[in-house]
Ligand binder design. Structure first.
Ligand SMILES: NC(=O)C1=CN([C@@H]2O[C@H](COP(=O)(O)OP(=O)(O)OC[C@H]3O[C@@H](n4cnc5c(N)ncnc54)[C@H](O)[C@@H]3O)[C@@H](O)[C@H]2O)[C@@H](O)CC1
Ligand SMILES: Nc1ncnc2c1ncn2[C@@H]1O[C@H](COP(=O)(O)OP(=O)(O)O)[C@@H](O)[C@H]1O
Ligand SMILES: [K+]
Length: 520
């Protein structure tokens, strides 16, 4: 799913209005009806108090139009206009008049107004600002937002949590609504997935308001959200007349005394992602544990007991995953540098191998083209330097990826893979995956996919998806706390199978309650 900028969404609105020959007011009505239907199908007329806080732009217009529908269906509402500017939008005013025609008189809130009482079991609709926010809200609006939070009532935001910018991070967190649920029009927004701004978004859902499909299809975006629909076309089926050689040979280089497990996890992950053969290159101390824990893998032992000292081998792998559990001994750094000097094989670089690169930036020039780097936030900081906020980080990541022609897999709650000026934002995964070794598993998965012939960028995007999906399937049995990296590996098979499982089509509520014999 593409992640559009505010400018692109405004252009889509415009194109929709022109092509479908409707007014902007009709589009707002569509949006409001969609929100109303969403609420109504869940609340079924329940008399819970709904407080609607509406700005004076089109986001506020959506809120005011929603209030009219709620009123017409007998809901218990209170409407407030957050009067932060004199510049009211045309469609806001049209909808305000319609509301007054139905004898609903909103309360106008201004600087110094007393804020309304809100019970913790009430519902707040947040329609103060949408994608049009262009400066920090006034102090009194921030105080109003704090008042909403203090109430502890459930907050449903329209389109965006009010106070979130589309392209930068708010300086003052008091000026952003912490939303429990966001109903976002047509497309989710990039800021929902970044660590600095995603914290304001509890859950989100997209409402289709029928924006011009042609515009949406043909417009290129800088970021794309990756889900099953996006990765399915990437999948390459296995052939009947194939053999293990068809699916490549991965070499995992890593491990050191006390950290051999990291290399085992990566090797096993390469196998379960489908690599035909896997060899591990480990220090001597890793030989026996490796052969015991993972009989499917072949093992080459370094002459050194505790860490790698000389990375040379006779085999010809078609991809190398390096760094998991590697350590940063002087000898290992030298061995890694010598190895890079001669290596032409596609490579996935993680953990200590990244740390070595950070300390010896000249080595970055030696990487084969489209090397995949998989840093967690600390490793990324060592690699690209400190950043001001998430947008600054993404800018730096893009220029780093361009400079060294590498695929950067920026790991996090929503891992973002960056290459060729474009970012692929992973939608799945869960906090259970914040556990030792889950990154080692990802390295193995991406390595195993490259072994099978997937291009490095595709392998990264697909690998991150499969890894996250395996983690999501795993927690169905383990819960968050008890998920360990090995269990992600154990569920890779189910993640593959799940690609082809057709999701259950949800039955609309009315239909469900009307059909007494649904199993016929
Ligand atoms: N065509 C339509 O009628 C549609 C409207 N939609 C709604 O329209 C929203 C965008 O509406 P707008 O462009 O009117 O913008 P907003 O309603 O987000 O903001 C209102 C206006 O306030 C001003 N403003 C920005 N920051 C301010 C601040 N800190 N203090 C005071 N004033 C400030 C800006 O001029 C801005 O246009 C979307 O988020 C969505 O909710 C669409 O999603 C659906 C189609
Ligand atoms: N809160 C989270 N939600 C989703 N995925 C997460 C979360 N925390 C971590 N992950 C994923 O788990 C992995 C952690 O990698 P890393 O920090 O390198 O672990 P390790 O070094 O222990 O192997 C990454 O793929 C990351 O995206
Ligand atoms: K809003």
């Amino acid at each position: 799913m593409k992640l559009f900028t505010a400018e692109q969404i405004y252009a889509a609105d415009k194109s929709t209005i022109a092509k479908q020959q409707i007014t902007s007011d009709a589009l707002m009505e569509r949006a409001a009806e969609q929100i109303f239907n969403w609420i109504h199908s869940r609340m079924q007329g329940a008399p819970v108090k709904i407080h609607l806080f509406c700005g004076i732009g089109n986001n506020g217009g959506d809120g005011v139009a929603l209030a009219r529908h709620l009123k017409e269906h007998g809901y218990n509402i209170a409407v407030y206009v957050v009067n932060y500017s004199k510049k009211r939008s045309k469609d806001f005013l049209i909808n305000l008049e319609r509301l007054k025609d139905r004898k609903v008189w909103p309360e106008f809130l201004e600087k110094g107004s007393k804020y309304p009482d809100i019970g913790r079991d009430d519902i707040i609709v947040d329609a103060i600002f949408g994608i049009g926010l262009n400066r920090t809200p006034d102090e009194w609006v921030k105080q109003l937002m704090e008042h909403l939070h203090v109430s502890e009532a459930f907050i449903l935001s329209i389109d965006m949590p009010s106070g979130l910018f589309m392209d930068k991070v708010a300086e003052d967190s008091r000026g952003v609504v912490k939303s429990n649920y966001v109903l976002s029009f047509q497309v989710p927004k990039l800021v929902f997935f970044l660590p600095d701004t995603g914290i304001y978004v509890g859950q989100w859902e997209v409402l289709d308001i029928g924006l011009d499909p042609e515009y949406l299809m043909t417009t290129e975006t800088d970021y794309e959200l990756i889900g099953k629909q996006e990765v399915l076309p990437l999948y390459v089926p296995r052939q009947k007349f194939s053999h293990k050689g068809t699916y490549g040979h991965s070499l995992i280089i890593g491990g050191s005394y006390g950290k051999v497990g990291a290399a085992i996890l990566a090797s096993k992950a390469a196998l379960v992602s489908g690599s035909g053969l896997v060899t591990a290159f480990v220090p001597k101390c890793g030989y026996v544990p490796f052969q015991t824990a993972l009989p499917e893998a072949m093992v080459i032992a370094d002459r050194n007991e505790a860490h790698l000292s000389n990375i040379t081998f006779e085999i010809e792998p078609n991809v190398i995953g390096i760094g998991t559990g590697l350590g940063t001994e002087e000898e290992t750094i030298r061995a890694f540098s010598d190895f890079l000097e001669n290596n032409k094989t596609p490579i996935v670089i993680d953990a200590d191998a990244l740390n070595i690169l950070s300390k010896n930036k000249a080595l970055l020039e030696k990487l084969p083209k489209q090397a995949v780097l998989t840093p967690h936030p600390k490793e990324l900081e060592r690699l690209i330097g400190k950043w001001k906020d998430d947008f600054d980080k993404l800018k730096k990541v893009k220029s780093f990826s361009k400079k060294y022609d590498c695929v950067l897999v920026v790991k996090g709650a929503h891992t973002i893979t960056v290459y060729d000026e474009k970012g692929y934002v992973n939608a799945n995964g869960n906090p259970g995956m914040a556990t030792a070794g889950s990154g080692d598993v990802l390295t193995g998965v991406i390595t195993g996919l490259i072994a099978q012939g997937y291009e490095p960028l595709i392998a990264s995007v697909f690998g991150v998806y499969l890894h996250g999906r395996a983690g999501d399937i795993a927690i169905e049995n383990t819960g968050y706390q008890s998920l360990i990296a090995s269990t992600i590996i154990d569920n890779m098979g189910r993640a593959y199978i799940d690609l082809f499982e057709i999701p259950e089509v949800p039955v609309p509520v009315e239909e469900k309650s009307n059909s007494s014999r649904s199993d016929e």
